[in-house]
Each structure stands twice: as C-alpha cells, then as structure tokens.
Design a protein around this ligand. Structure first.
Ligand SMILES: [Zn+2]
Length: 715
C-alpha cells in the first residue's frame, strides 16, 4: 500500500470516528420536562409545568397515526426513506435561498430538525451542515419512529407549549391520538410558525396552511374527499384548555419532570372524586373540611382510586395537604388487626370473654365510647361494638411490642417510636397511621386470605375468616346513620374516631376491594360529634356501591385448623365442668389457648369485678353465693401497683380512689389501711386514700368475715 493510500485511510478513519462520536449520548440532556402522570392505561391524570415554565411533556414512545402522517407530509415527505439528509431538497432550498437573497426555505429533514431542537443554535449555513452530518449519525442510532417521536416531543407549538402531546391537550383538550385530521394537520403546521396560533392575522395564514396540508393528505390517499370537506369545515381552536387535574395530590407526589404511569383507574377515579366532592360539600357544613379516600384492588394490591383531599377545589389553607399520606391518630381502626393476630396466635378464641371493667394501668384509664362497663364481652362482639376496655385488655395479653411489630410488618411505616412510647393506648389511637397504609393493611388481610400475599403478617386463614365475620355485622347500635346510605353493599368494615373527634375513619373490605375513608380537618381541629361511623362510614359505603359487587362472600375455610370443644358461656376451651359446649374449627394454635376458668361444679361464676357489671346486662346470670370463691375484688389498684401521688403547692395530695366490688349488693364493707380502720362503704365501695410514701396494705372485710387485701407502694 502506498503512503498516500495510508494517509487517506487514516484520514478516513479519523473522520469516521469523528462522525461516530459526534452525537452526545443523551441528545436532550439538561432539558427540563413537565411532570406527567397517567392512569393505568396511559390516560392523562394531570401534569405540572417544567422547571423552565414550559409545557414540555417527556418524550412519548410513538406519534399517533394521523399526527405522524400530517407531520411527515408537511415537513419531510421522504422522511421514511432518506438517510437523515435529503440532498435533493437541500439543493433545491439552496437554489431558492440564493435566488431570494435570504432564507426562504429550510430544506431540513425531520431528523435535522431534531438535531437543531437539541442544540438551539442559529440558523446559518454552517450550522445546517453540522446538523446534516449529525442527522445521518442519529439515523444510525434511532429508528424512524423514534426520531419522529423526538421531533414531536420537542417542537415548539406556540407560547410555552412544547411538544405535540402538550399541544393536543392545550389546544383541543384531548390526547393526540384522539385528534381529527383537521386537528392533526393544525398541529403539524404549527411548529413552522408557532406564534400563528394566537388570535390575530396569523390565524388566516394558519388556516390556509392547514387546509393546503389537508388537501395534500387527501391527494395522497390518506382519506377520501368527503372526509376532506368535513375537515376543511372544522374551525381552528380557540382559547387554550386547562389540562386535566385528576387525582391531584397523587400527581403532586410523583417524581418531578418524569412521566409516571400510576395504577389509577381513570373512570373509577372520576366517579370517586365526584362522590367525595359531593360528600365534602355536605361534611363541610358540619365542620369537617377535609376528606380523603383510597380504593385498593385486592387481586393486584394496587390503588385504583386516590383522593388525597377532596376539598382541594376550594381554595383555603390545608386543602393542598395530602391527607391520605399524612399520619393521623388511628382511633379504633387498628382493632381488627389485634383481634386477628390474637386469634392466629392462640391468645384468644373468637368468642373468648374479655374483661370490661374499670382499669387503671399506670395512670391510663381507658373508657368505652358510651362510658359504660359491661363486665365481660365476647371478643368478636367487643370488636364489632368497638369497645375500648376489652381491646386494651387484649393488647395487654398479646403484648404491645409484639403488636407494634405486627403493624410494621403489615406495612405501616409511620409507627416510628418504640412500644413504651405508645403503651397500651396504641390500640385506641395512641399512634398515628396513614389512610393509604391502613387501607393497604386491610387489603393485605384479604389478599392473604385469598392466597395472594405471602408477605402479610396475617397468615392464618381461619383467624382471618373469623375477623371478617366479626366485621360484617352491619346493624350495630349507635353506629352509622343508615338513612344516609342508599343501598348497603355487604362488607367487612370498621370505623374509628380519634380523641377529641379529630379523625373519623372507616375502612371496608369485600373479597375484591378495600375502601378507606378519612374525614376531619387537615389542621387537626376536632368537630364535636364527628365519628367515623356517622361521617366516614356513609362515604365508604357509597364508594363501595360504585364498585362491581363481589360474586361471593369470604368462604369459611374447611382445612388448616383444628376442631376443638369450646365452652358456650366463656368462649374458651371447654373444661370438665363446662355444661354446654360446641365443636368448632379454630386456628391451629387455638389448642394452646386457655381453658374456661369460670365453670365450677357446672355453675358459671365470673370474678366479682366482672360479675358486678356483667349481671346488669345479663338478667339470666345468677349470682350464686358459694364458699371457697372470692366474694369481692379490688378493681383498683391491682396488687403490686406503684402509686405516684401528685403533691399540691401546700404539700397536700388529692390521693387515689380505691375501688372494690362485692357480689352481694347489700354488703357493707369495712376498710383498713395497714393496721388502722378507715371507715365503711355501702353499695358503691370507693374510698379516697392518700397514704405516706412507702409500702402499704389495704384490707377490706365484709359482714360475713370474707376479706380481700391489696399490696401497693407510694412514691
Ligand atoms: Zn365454661
């Protein structure tokens, strides 16, 4: 090989390498895009303007057929066949420019225009040559459809509208793939003279250009002459449309400058928004300004509808807060999780009697919503009636740290503190959860039941089935105002109301959907009388009614558990003394559960504290005095309690109220602190005591010589 040839080869190689590396890896690097959020099928929910205040949507994968045809026909007829440059049209453009003395024709291909849009340089001959070279390189990298999509995404469409997709929404209020031929043609000619979209003289020219393009498209056989006549009769667009603004809080929460496909189902989302807007107006009158709702599909576990705050259309402080993601006091809404967990771990059986008597747990004195005590209540009923005291007693048996871990395993990330921070109030709203997480955890229970979710901490199908059964009873006293609801869909559901009526919750599940609703005020102020049942409940049932009805209810599992004899009175495992029992299917761990302690010699006898309250609600309960059983019991304090008695400024202390119950309502009780006599009580056996610091014993004696003592210390 001659030296000359070598040099030529080297030069050729250098040029080739230069050509090969002439394009930056990311052509539009540094370009800021609008935030675009779509539903599950790609329908636009909403968008947020790009950082540079341009409506520039992130590039789509393809350009719809009519728009693509119109753009190619108008800009670059041979686009599909040239290698990035079209020498014929370049020469033609050069000739006509030289003739005219200035630039009248670009002669640029769509590929070259993509390069220009990415570089934003001046339109000189040199730049055009650079564009031509780079265009050939771009053709090697991208398919024709990809190049066309890049052009469509970055071309100017007037004002701050960039890209075909944004233009379709702004000028026609529809996605680009739903545009007519006339509309597609309008958008195809716009980048050539973007300002002509605005009212004024430019519009006549725009119309002429559009019509010329339409005629050409007709000549090329894209559509027939009848279609052409219709297309020519279409007017140009008027004032820009506002972009859709659906699921606005969800849209706000998506990554900036990206296109995000969510799991939202647009038709359902629209229905839920219309419904929550109506309810929000209604509830606003009663002082609850904010309303949030979440619908989850059980099969996929995905969120189908999401209303972060339905009042966002009304401009006021707090309406922009996405309540569905804000941690709020949970009220009673976590109780089903505890019931299910306690069942699955054999801590209780479905109808185990739980104590419902006054308790004082280190200063925490839970009360029921109706301020009554019922003595003892079957666990399932306590759940359905949402009684607080039995729930606290159950959490005490189950263990607060264990329950907290369960909540976290169920996906509730907002419980960040350790168990001692929440204490037993955790089950009464002492912690904060988000509507999104809580609804997902309810959905997780159903998913686990249906064998769809391996990660759920609720694994025992039988425990889950009993939980759904307990929650399906809809005719609960003092709960929902049923007049407000048109028709009631069968659901397993629970409501919750936080301390001070600040948060009203309702979550319901069917085999196919989970629906969660929260209402209250974003700023946290309470609304007297606002309960989950009366406000959130009806909204939840209304949303359930929008959803397709489930064909079947939760089917009772027939395997995976154990058959055991259960005492009918106590709901606990049958002892030899229990006179009536039934054999029922129970979770596998139920065999580790406690045996009924209340039947002795066939007689059902509760401890005095439980009996005292229980008998008032159960006329059939017979108080049978019997030797050898406790006649009375301290309700407060428990033995071993450490009392901290606050001191007033003058050094005195208000003391603490000691409380004893006796089986015999006629009994007179005589009280002693350590060795000294204090006094007697009748009917209500309460005594206010303020002992000195140190260890003490209080002893109470009845007229028959029965006595009961409690040891405690004062700090
Ligand atoms: Zn029994």
């Amino acid at each position: 090989m001659t030296r000359r040839w070598k040099i030529i080869l080297i030069i050729f190689a250098v040029l080739l390498a230069g050509w090969f590396f002439c394009l930056p890896k990311d052509l539009f690097k540094g370009t800021s895009y609008a935030t675009v959020v779509t539903d599950r099928s790609g329908q636009l929910l909403g968008a947020r303007i790009a950082d540079d205040q341009q409506w520039r949507f992130p590039p789509a994968d393809s350009v719809p057929y009519r728009c693509a045809s119109a753009i190619i026909e108008f800009e670059d007829r041979h686009f599909r066949h040239h290698p990035g440059v079209n020498p014929v049209s370049l020469v033609r453009a050069l000739v006509s420019n030289v003739k005219a003395g200035h630039i009248v024709s670009g002669g640029s291909t769509i590929t070259m225009q993509v390069i220009r849009l990415s570089r934003g340089r001046e339109r000189t001959l040199w730049q055009k040559m650079v564009e031509a070279v780079k265009a050939t390189r771009l053709e090697l990298r991208c398919s024709k459809d990809e190049i066309l999509a890049l052009y469509a995404a970055h071309a100017p469409f007037g004002g701050n509208v960039v890209g075909l997709e944004a233009a379709a929404w702004r000028y026609f209020g529809r996605p680009a793939d739903q545009l007519s031929w006339a509309e597609s043609a309008t958008l195809a000619v716009l980048p050539n003279a973007p300002s002509s979209i605005h009212p004024g003289k430019g519009r006549d020219r725009l119309l002429q250009k559009r019509d010329r393009l339409l005629r050409r498209l007709c000549e090329e056989g894209y559509f027939d002459s009848a279609t052409l006549e219709d297309a020519l009769a279409e007017p140009l667009p008027d004032a820009p449309y506002p972009l859709p603004n659906i699921a606005r809080h969800l849209v706000d929460g998506q990554p900036r400058g990206e296109r995000t496909v969510t799991t939202i189902d647009l038709p359902l989302q629209r229905q839920v928004e219309a419904l929550t807007d109506r309810w929000s107006d209604e509830l606003d009158h009663s002082g609850a300004a904010d309303l949030a709702a979440v619908v989850i599909d059980i099969r996929s576990g995905e969120v189908l509808a999401y209303v972060g705050n339905s009042s966002a259309t009304r401009l006021r402080a707090g309406s922009e807060v996405d309540i569905a993601r804000s941690p709020r006091s949970t009220g009673s809404i976590l109780k089903p999780f505890l019931y299910c967990a306690a069942l699955q771990d054999g801590v209780i059986l479905p109808r185990t009697l739980l104590p419902d008597t006054p308790v004082n747990l280190g200063g925490f004195t839970p009360e029921n919503f109706d301020l009554q005590f019922h003595g003892a209540v079957p666990a399932a009923e306590a759940l359905a009636r949402s009684l607080n005291v039995p729930a606290v007693q159950l959490l005490r048996s189950y263990g607060a740290p264990r329950f907290l871990q369960l909540l976290r395993d169920a996906g509730m990330s907002s419980f960040a503190n350790d168990a001692s921070y929440y204490g037993l109030s955790l089950i009464l709203g002492g912690g904060e959860g988000t509507l999104r997480d809580i609804t997902a955890a309810y959905a997780g229970m159903v998913r686990s039941f249906r064998g769809l979710d391996d990660g759920s901490p609720f694994k025992d199908k039988i425990a889950l089935w009993y939980t759904f059964e307990a929650l399906k009873e809809v005719n609960r006293p003092d709960e929902i105002d049923w007049k407000l609801i048109r028709s009631v869909r069968k659901a397993a559901w629970k409501t919750g109301t936080s301390y001070g009526y600040r948060d009203a919750w309702a979550v319901g599940v069917t085999p196919d959907y989970a629906v969660g609703v929260w209402c209250g005020n974003a700023d946290g102020h309470g609304v007297a009388g606002m309960t989950g049942a009366k406000t959130a409940g009806p909204v939840m049932f209304d949303i359930l009614n929008l959803l397709p009805a489930s064909a079947e209810w939760f089917e009772e599992p027939l395997e995976g558990g154990v058959y055991l004899d259960v005492c009918k009175a106590s709901g606990m495992l049958k002892s030899l003394d229990c006179p009536q029992w039934e054999t029922v299917m129970l979770p596998a761990k139920a065999s580790e559960s406690a045996v009924c302690p209340y039947h002795q010699g066939g007689v059902f006898r509760l401890p005095p504290g439980m009996e005292w309250y229980y008998k008032a609600y159960h006329p059939e309960y017979k108080v049978v005095p019997a030797k050898g059983t406790a006649q009375m019991e301290f309700l407060y304090p428990e033995s071993g309690t450490i009392l901290t008695l606050p001191r007033q400024l003058d050094g005195s202390t208000p003391g603490a109220v000691f409380h004893v119950v006796h089986r015999d309502p006629q009994a007179v009780l005589y009280w002693h602190l350590d060795q000294s006599y204090l006094g007697e009580t009748r009917i209500i056996h309460k005594m206010n005591l303020a002992p000195e610091e140190g260890r003490h014993t209080v002893t109470v004696v009845d007229g028959r010589g029965n006595s009961v003592s409690v040891n405690f210390s004062v700090r």
